[in-house]
Write a protein that binds this ligand. Structure first.
Ligand SMILES: Nc1nc(=O)c2c([nH]1)NC[C@@H]1CN(c3ccc(C(=O)N[C@@H](CCC(=O)O)C(=O)O)cc3)C=[N+]21
Length: 291
């Protein structure tokens, strides 16, 4: 069993980013990322802080807007407009999910598609479907694809089951895997919470992408021997005997699934660090494209 280290591959991606950042600096340019968080969710806060820190470590311009949960739709739209018009900002990310009084779809549509480094704007969703590489691909599926490629796992002709159909992971992941070219050319099945007889489908998979958002959902009974499993889940579960009082587990029951696998990603240290690395890569791409 090969343990695919997201931490190690992310470090490689960030090394490439460092080179790009140095080249841009020589041309007098500095990529800038703005992360907007509405509300006080502790996991979201931790994530926003770690992005901000990573950006600063790399020498990117980074702004972090932490807005109160009471922020109105109009106020948030005004912040997005300001960032759209700010020439020092090339990437804008509004942390999902926002509080329920916010219309998230309207916020996503207000972001300049040229700065939409999350790849959630309809223009970028369309470009992904059209295989137009000028668009932005959501960071998590992009990171999963890079992990597979870096680990030398062939997707061409492979049976891949994507478990989950979210706009953030499952759907763009399926589009990436079925696209033509390296990291694509797969035969893709998308399964989800309404899928009948899930195990009979996942058992056919050479590669399973688990992005269903339920802690330790994927069990040994779902996985055939020699499969590759990418675990996208990042779930906080209570663990009273730990210093923090919680621990992170994925969507895969790692202990029972790992022994069956040809390769598998851990949680933490798998897809999570890749998401941040691809966000920075997307911000650099935005900076280059905006000029
Ligand atoms: N607009 C938007 N874009 C996002 O990309 C987005 C979002 N909203 N909302 C929340 C989710 C969550 N997310 C994570 C990314 C990395 C880690 C990560 O690096 N996790 C570490 C562990 C961190 C820890 O120890 O707490 C790991 O898996 O090794 C976690 C979570 C991005 N998200």
């Amino acid at each position: 069993m090969q343990l695919i280290s997201g931490t190690a591959v992310a470090e490689k991606v960030l090394e490439e980013c460092r080179r790009d950042i140095a080249e841009l600096a020589a041309a007098g340019k500095k990529p800038g990322l703005a992360v907007v968080l509405v509300g006080e969710d502790p996991a979201s806060r931790a994530y926003v802080r770690s992005k901000d820190k990573k950006c600063r470590d790399l020498g990117l311009h980074s702004i972090k807007l932490e807005l109160p949960a009471s922020t109105t739709q109009e106020e948030l739209l005004a912040h997005v407009q300001t960032l759209n018009n700010d020439p020092a900002i090339h990437g804008i990310l509004v942390q999902s999910p926002p509080p329920t009084h916010i219309d998230e779809a309207a916020i996503v549509r207000a972001i300049d598609p040229a700065k939409d480094v999350d790849g959630f704007h309809p223009m970028n969703v369309a470009k992904l479907a059209l295989e137009d590489s000028s668009g932005f691909v959501p960071c998590t599926p992009l990171g999963c694809q890079r992990l597979l490629m870096d680990a030398g796992i062939e997707t061409k002709g492979a049976n891949v089951v994507v478990l989950g159909r979210s706009m953030i992971v499952g759907k763009p992941m399926a589009l990436l895997l079925m696209a033509k070219g390296p990291g694509g050319d797969a035969t893709v099945t998308v399964a989800h919470s309404r899928t009948r007889d899930l195990a009979s489908i996942t058992k056919q998979a050479d590669i399973i992408i688990a992005a269903i958002g339920r802690p330790e959902f994927l069990k040994a009974e779902h996985v055939r021997e020699g499969a590759v499993v990418i675990d996208v889940g990042i779930n906080r579960v209570e663990a009273p005997d730990t210093p923090k009082g919680y621990k992170l587990v994925g969507d895969v029951a790692f202990d029972e699934v790992a022994p069956l696998c040809k390769a598998i990603t851990p949680v933490p240290g798998g897809v999570g660090p890749m998401t941040i690395a691809m966000l920075i890569a997307n911000t650099i791409k935005a900076c280059k494209q905006i000029g």
